[in-house]
Design a protein around this ligand. Structure first.
Ligand code: ADP
Ligand code: ASP
Ligand code: MG
Length: 442
């Protein structure tokens, strides 16, 4: 069994959806196809929810009507035979009836999640209708019947495996399954999601659950590039990555992969291939357990919205038990720490979830003076960096030149150096690293 995931841009127009159908029929054997919403849809659904949260019903109605027009046209161009077109229009009607019913409902986080789920429900149902029109036999596996998160908002892997296997068993003569990325049920059995970009995570979780032979992530670029192509010119695709390298890049901002999407594949040792729908012949990136020992630097990524917190204590800061007390505060507020550096009198750390920053600051003040600095970015440089390989940190620091660095983290693993900088220097930092450590033109 293979898992093939297609992102929003791969479904951005009816023609693209036709290409997706061609690509999946070329792939032999059993497969589960995970689809995102059509590009732009989830952002529009976010806007509808935002308007409703402000009780701006007129605005919400207007956005819904605009999106409705988009889907009407999409349907007409996707489906040309009478019955499939009729069915497609009914699907669109049904989901827009749900959206319109939300305008009158009292707004809540559950309503928001219900709204956000409509994109993947629409794309998968329209796609299955198109396959039917073309005489391609497939079965829709409703993600809400097997994809679930627990009380901690973590995937409930045992549940996913059990329920997915049941569904597959009920359709054991089928070779082609279609399912929704991103959406799931939560521990209260309400509709929820795996956070933005979550269809990659669905694909990896599904792959792990069915012990897939390969997970393919089809997107709009020919694999993981060495640097952020949205910011830096002259980036290039990386043919091979290790799971650790890919996980680090995804977590620290390489948008091509959801931050958590590598872990399930790594856990089950399933190769992940990143491929380009617009250029299917391109090699893309293959992610496996193998490392490329001869390679020094692999890639760099940047994560924004980082807050740096420094606790300066006159008391013996690094006395035993002190860091535990500091970490406990973050644990109590369920706030993960990304980077940490220490000195005899101070400890600095970074977080990206600012939901409880003022409570955390108040509690840290019991230990000493606390400084909080927002609008920072973590620059994550990934490569093959055994400690015996001398000079890699120097190369990075030399490349930075006169850009101020607030924190440096090296030695935590053998494949990563992280720097904390003010976000205003992000573009220049990525550009300098591209020039100096990857040898690319500016
Ligand atoms: P999809 O809709 O298929 O999920 P995404 O927009 O989520 O696609 O991810 C693909 C995009 O990720 C690319 O178009 C590219 O702009 C961006 N991106 C950011 N960093 C990288 C990187 N290091 N390598 C490749 N793409 C990257
Ligand atoms: N449609 C969702 C989003 O835009 C999930 C995804 O595309 O992966 O975030
Ligand atoms: Mg994505």
């Amino acid at each position: 069994m293979k898992v093939l995931k297609f992102g929003g841009t791969s479904l951005g127009s009816p023609e693209r959806m036709h290409t997706v159908a061609d690509l999946i029929t070329q792939e032999r054997g059993k497969k589960i196809v995970v689809l995102s919403a059509v590009s732009g849809t989830t952002n529009t659904l976010v806007n509808i929810a935002a308007a409703l949260s402000k009780k701006n019903h007129i605005e919400a109605d207007a956005i819904i009507n605009q999106l409705y027009e988009v889907y009407q046209a999409y349907c007409v161009n996707l489906l040309h035979k009478t019955n499939p077109l009729k069915k497609g229009k009914e699907i669109v009607e049904a989901h827009f009836t749900v959206l319109r019913s939300m305008v009158g409902a009292e707004y809540s986080a559950d309503v928001e999640k219900e709204i956000l789920a409509q994109g993947e429900l629409l794309s998968t149902k329209l796609f299955v209708t198109y396959l039917e029109q073309e005489g391609i036999n497939s079965t829709l596996l409703p993600a809400l019947e097997f994809m679930r998160i627990d009380e901690e908002n973590e995937p409930d892997e045992a549940y996913i495996r059990e329920h997915l296997h049941q569904l597959l068993k009920q359709n054991s003569d089928q070779d082609l399954f279609i399912t929704q990325g991103y959406i799931c049920l939560n521990s209260q059995n309400r509709v929820d999601n795996l956070q933005r970009g979550g269809s990659d995570y669905t694909a990896s979780l599904v792959g792990e659950a069915v012990d897939a032979s390969e997970i393919q992530i089809w997107t709009d670029i020919d694999g993981m590039h060495n640097n952020d192509p949205r910011i830096v010119k002259h980036t290039y695709p990386i043919p091979k990555l290790s799971f650790d390298e890919a996980a680090e890049l995804a977590y620290f901002g390489a948008k091509i992969l959801h931050p958590s999407s590598i872990r399930p594949a790594q856990h089950a040792n399933i190769p992940v291939r990143l491929l380009n729908t617009m250029k299917p012949e391109a090699a893309g990136t293959l992610i496996t357990a193998d490392i490329e020992p001869e390679r020094e630097f692999t890639a760099v990524a940047a994560k924004d919205g980082i807050t740096a917190i420094k606790v300066k204590s006159s008391r013996m800061l690094l006395a035993y038990g002190f860091l535990r007390k500091v970490f406990e505060i973050f644990e109590n507020y369920r706030t993960p720490i990304d980077l940490i550096t220490t000195s005899e009198v101070a400890v600095s750390l970074t977080i990206d979830n600012q939901a409880h920053i003022s409570e955390i600051k108040d509690e840290l003040e019991d230990f000493g003076e606390v400084e909080v600095h927002t609008d920072h970015s973590i620059i994550c440089i990934v490569g093959n960096m055994p400690f015996s390989k001398v000079g890699m940190l120097k190369k990075v620091l030399d490349a930075m030149g006169d850009i101020p660095i607030r924190m440096v983290s090296y030695g935590g693993s053998k494949f990563n150096i992280s720097l904390l900088i003010d976000s205003q220097f992000k573009a220049e930092t990525l550009t300098r690293l591209n020039e100096k450590i990857f040898g690319q033109a500016r």
